[in-house]
Design a protein around this ligand. Sequence first.
Ligand SMILES: [Ca+2]
Length: 283
Amino acid sequence: MKIKPLLAILLSTTALASGDLITGLTVESATTGLNPEMGPEKAINGFGLDGDVPSLTSSHREQFSSNWWSGWSGDVTEWQITIDLGANYDLTETHIWNYRENCCAGRGLSSVEIYVSPDENEDNLVKLITDGTGEHDNDDGGFSFPQAPTGGDYLGFDLDVSSVTNAALLDNVRLFRIDGGSSLHGGGQVHGGLAEIQFDGVPASVGPEDLAFEIIPLGDTLTFSWAGKDGRLYDLVSSTNLSTPPGEWSIYEGNSNIVGSILTEVPFDGNTRFFALIEKNAQ
Ligand SMILES: [Ca+2]
């Protein structure tokens, strides 16, 4: 049986117009809240949004305990929240609701720095640098968050990252940190807080090595295995020659969406054949 050479080709996907709400956020680390009712999880678990579930589009209410807040004891002079997305994502939207309490919307964040990391190691966080032309840029290469309104609905805002000079970092994000900065409260250097932050994205693309595409012959059948990613589809294609690009090859198995996919006992005629795996956006 001749099955050579074996190819694992990852074709680039088309531009992504939008993704899905990223679920399963956890707090990697954060400045402790004023009290247990205002812990950092209140900024990521949807509490305060419609139905108290994560969303990108609903209003956030003014209940004090629906916010994360660092407190105002004076002991806390810097604060941060670092969120673990649970997997690597190409972020298409970061939606933020600033601190909201009917007495005190001024406790929200003002000037902040944002860092991202492609893995779970906080030592690998890299600062996003803005050039001052974005809607939410401050004049120091960071960001400035608008204050939440008191009364009425508050739908939050999409963070404008169009002016980020190292935007490629947003294509592969695992950790997302909002760091330090100032409070809107009295020119504040003593506390900060956030009502909610949610993300829209698609699973980050992977390289051919990470896909671990394998072809295992057994008798007159083949077994294919690869490490499929949630949110992506895969076409297994084949050709008897290399004269046409894999995108035009015949499909052995199309639109596989199995994570960690394995196809077994695919009949094989024993002739030389080339295989490729094409990764596609699931949408
Ligand atoms: Ca909340």
